[in-house]
Ligand binder design. Structure first.
Ligand SMILES: Nc1ncnc2c1ncn2[C@@H]1O[C@H](COP(=O)(O)OP(=O)(O)OP(=O)(O)O)[C@@H](O)[C@H]1O
Ligand SMILES: [Mg+2]
Length: 250
């Protein structure tokens, strides 16, 4: 059954965003159903991070419709947007941890910020431990970020995003800066947590194997538009030159 308009996790129509004469998004359309995992594939500089920042309200859009969990983002006050952000996890490009805080403190941070320490009978301590267990890193709880590898930092950053049990998770280049094997491990971890949490996900990437593992559907962002979309297999068979550019590097 097709979900109704109000049930959509994300709904974007005709989104435009320019910086001066740089017209980055030029009528981008995009829909994500609850629980659906969509990858947005695009070259460097195509506007993928700008798109995510628009969704989370960090960048103001110029024109178009932008609804997140049934709320029109451009019309929200700062306070209302903060409430929406409570349900939208964001794994930043680079996924930086706070270097001066231990792993435990990094995970406690979003809970304290949203005054959400206890949930369904679980203490903050239990939630932190559970989140770390979900990414297989409970043993790092008392370590500092400087003592972790790049892949471990990504996992901890993912745990920190998941700890608020968001309805939507936005991943910006989750495998960026990692070697292909660690990148694949992170991709499978994302797939696993997506299945467990049943959140909707937007995975921004130029890593095709990551898109294949993590997503039900792929949208290619090119020339500021949702250039084409389909499953991995559909796009792989496409003879379109823009699409093939992503596949021929494999
Ligand atoms: N705050 C900003 N002010 C001015 N220009 C910006 C700003 N943010 C992004 N841009 C411009 O928007 C364009 C798209 O940038 P964006 O960061 O979205 O690319 P991307 O697709 O995420 O690339 P990458 O794969 O390298 O991360 C670039 O030309 C960039 O210079
Ligand atoms: Mg980017």
């Amino acid at each position: 059954m097709q979900a109704g308009r109000d049930d959509m996790a994300i709904e974007i129509k005709g989104l435009h965003k320019s910086f001066g004469s740089n017209h980055v998004l030029r009528g981008f359309d995009f829909q994500v159903q609850p629980g659906e995992n969509v990858a947005v594939l695009g070259k460097s500089g195509s506007g993928k991070s700008v798109l995510i920042k628009c969704i989370i309200g960090l960048i103001q859009i110029d024109k178009g419709e932008l609804n997140v969990l049934g709320r029109s983002v451009p019309e929200l006050t700062r306070k209302e947007m903060d409430l929406v952000r409570r349900d939208v996890g964001f794994l930043f490009q680079g996924a930086a941890l706070y270097d001066s805080m231990s792993v435990r403190e990094n995970l406690e941070f979003p809970l304290r910020r949203h005054r959400d320490q206890a949930s369904r009978g679980r203490s903050m301590q239990q939630r932190v431990e559970e989140a770390l267990e979900n990414v297989g890193l409970l043993h790092t709880i008392n370590l500092m970020p400087s003592e972790l590898s790049g892949g471990m930092k990504k996992r901890i950053a993912l745990a920190r995003t998941l700890i608020l049990e968001p309805k939507i998770i936005l991943y910006d280049e989750p495998t960026g800066g990692l070697d292909p094997i660690t990148g694949r491990e992170i991709s499978y971890l994302i797939k696993e947590v997506q299945e467990r949490y049943k959140a909707a996900a937007v995975v921004i990437t130029h890593d095709l194997p990551c898109a294949k593992i993590t997503s039900d559907r792929i949208v290619i962002l090119s020339q500021g538009k949702n250039y084409i979309e389909g499953t991995y297999d559909e796009l792989e068979r496409s003879s379109d030159a823009v699409v093939q550019e992503f596949f021929k590097i494999l």
